[in-house]
Design a protein. Sequence first.
Length: 77
Amino acid sequence: MKLQLIIRRFAGTFILASLLLAHYHSPNWLWFTAFVGFNLLQSSFTNFCPLEIVLKKVGVGGSCRGNEKKSASSCCS
């Protein structure tokens, strides 16, 4: 599975979970939603994603396919 797909799923899950927690527990959970949104925004400009680093270190994200050319930023993009 591609790393970008995993990151999108994590972000979507975190946003939905924090919205549910804000609705049923405390509105302060919306700060977590804002953090995830800000992280997505900054990563679109800087190409730096902390979750991507963590996932690569634990070996999640699959391996690259065959002899395709690897880009400088990510092997699976």
